[in-house]
Design a protein around this ligand. Structure first.
Ligand SMILES: *[C@@H]1O[C@H](CO)[C@@H](O)[C@H](O)[C@H]1NC(C)=O
Ligand SMILES: *[C@@H]1O[C@H](CO)[C@@H](O)[C@H](O)[C@H]1NC(C)=O
Length: 448
């Protein structure tokens, strides 16, 4: 699609046309032939981040800069200047810096009001210059897999949701890898190649109506905002039903991207075989994230479920689905090898098995009674070990989703990801995804 010809009409329907907004900027830039080195009447008067940061992370805007800015408010006041950078794409950390700077600036010039529409453009922002080339995407959303060692399920959920957001807004989705902490995309998944190209030096992390928007896990908070929820939640519904469109984004991303490569698919098939031989296909999945994801501070609002507290839920879910079969069969999916022992102990009628029961070696020392994955330990692991771990995580998830129901704690990102992997109908409408902690689905809020 080409939107250039719709330029003027798009101005009139600005409040309802989600997509045309950023294209307005795309088109206006094409028409001004703006060049960062040459000052024209339309060129931005204030650029980021072409000055030294006073602090290594989030330097405040100096008084001088602010004064320059205030003297020249109006459309196209600011843009992003990458002239100081040599290597593209930037690192996740560098993108976060530009976001922080831009955000601060926007606050100061009052461009960041509480709009109801997530895609409402900030007119004070002028998009960076874009090359015109038929191979370059009309517009895109990229997700950058960066070098921060954070949970795999959490990273993937952000990636899937970004892909779904791209699909929902007719942008091309790209995966960008820059020293990804978990290895490479194709270590686990089939190759994903969109049919158009995004120049790495044209990626902008904020604001979102830039032509080639890049999201990273640590810029997520510019996505999952109040405005985002205003735009995509259905306020006429209650609880999780309200979030269907957001949930659907994760599902769409999963459909597009979650295709295991031959290696991981092979491991999955062999573990799945083992489970089927031992307990057949009628089982409940009990997912228990241990390690550092266990909430440390108990609270009345968010009690910590002991492993034993799964027992009651298993019993009631089982008797609902299989009223005629007395003994529940369970696949226990946990990063803690010993979790299955607690489940077995909790009720002797449970027949429980777990993937990797025979082959799994515990990579992590137990700490204060808890086993499982601790991310600070993961960051000390060799890449080879990390990849082994990641494959196990993916295989466990693939097996867990086959349970007739999934019981888990929604503070775990893997638990929430499982809900999307099961699909809207089964997980939410049929209530086969059962969270021990909160009744409603929550999309990843990466501030947690
Ligand atoms: C995306 O494209 C489809 C088909 O061209 C169109 O029907 C739909 O309205 C577009 N969606 C948005 C958000 O622009
Ligand atoms: C163990 O689980 C079975 C099946 O769910 C249930 O009928 C039984 O009451 C449980 N036993 C105890 C001691 O809770």
């Amino acid at each position: 699609m080409r939107f250039v010809s719709h330029f003027y009409t798009s101005l009139l329907i600005v409040s309802c046309a989600i997509v045309t907004l950023w294209l307005y900027f795309g088109s206006s830039i094409r028409s001004t032939s703006w060049n960062p080195r040459q000052s024209t009447k339309q060129s931005p008067r204030f650029v980021l981040p072409d000055f030294e940061y006073e602090h290594p992370h989030y330097g405040p805007i100096s008084e001088q800069e602010e004064a320059a800015l205030m003297a020249t408010p109006g459309p196209g006041t600011w843009t992003i200047d990458y002239s100081e950078y040599k290597s593209f794409p930037l690192t996740a950390h560098q993108y976060r810096e530009t976001v922080q700077k831009s955000y601060e600036l926007q606050q100061k010039i009052g461009g960041n009001h509480m709009h109801m529409n997530f895609w409402k453009a900030d007119a004070s922002f002028q998009d960076i210059a874009h090359n015109e080339d038929p191979n370059i995407c009309e517009s895109s959303i990229s997700y950058l897999l960066g070098d921060d060692v954070t949970g795999l399920a959490r990273q993937l959920t952000g990636l899937f949701m970004s892909a779904g957001l791209a699909i929902a807004t007719n942008r091309t989705f790209h995966i960008i890898e820059k020293d990804w902490a978990w290895g490479q995309w194709t270590d686990y998944f089939q190759e994903y190649k969109p049919n158009c190209h995004v120049p790495p030096d044209e990626l902008v992390a904020y604001p979102q109506h830039t032509r080639h928007w890049v999201i990273t896990e640590n810029t997520w908070k510019t996505v999952y905002t109040h405005n985002f929820r205003n735009t995509y939640e259905d306020l006429s519904q209650k609880g999780v039903l309200r979030q269907k469109a957001i949930f659907q984004m994760v599902i769409d991303g999963i459909d597009l991207l979650l295709h295991l490569n031959n290696d991981v698919e092979g491991i999955y098939r062999s573990e799945q075989d083992g489970i089927l031989k031992q307990i057949g296909s009628d089982f409940l999945s009990v997912q228990i994230r241990s390690g550092d994801s266990v909430p440390r501070i108990p609270s009345i609002l968010r009690p910590i479920p002991a492993i034993e507290s799964y027992e009651q839920q298993i019993g009631s879910t089982w008797s609902q689905i299989f009223p005629d079969i007395p003994n529940p069969t369970l696949a226990v999916i946990s990063d803690d090898l010993d979790a299955i022992k607690s489940i077995r102990r909790s009720n002797s009628s449970f027949k429980a098995v777990q993937p990797f029961e025979k082959t799994q070696t515990d990579l992590f020392p137990r700490r204060s009674g808890s086993g499982g994955v601790f991310l600070d330990k993961v960051s000390e692991m060799s890449m080879e070990d990390r990849k082994k771990l990641a494959k196990k995580i993916l295989v466990r998830l693939a097996i867990a989703k086959e349970g007739k129901a999934v019981i888990c704690r929604s503070t775990s990102h893997a638990c929430r990801l499982l809900a999307s992997m099961m699909g809207w109908q089964r997980a939410i409408l049929d209530q086969k995804w059962i969270s021990l902690e909160v009744y409603s689905w929550r999309v990843p809020e990466f501030r947690e």
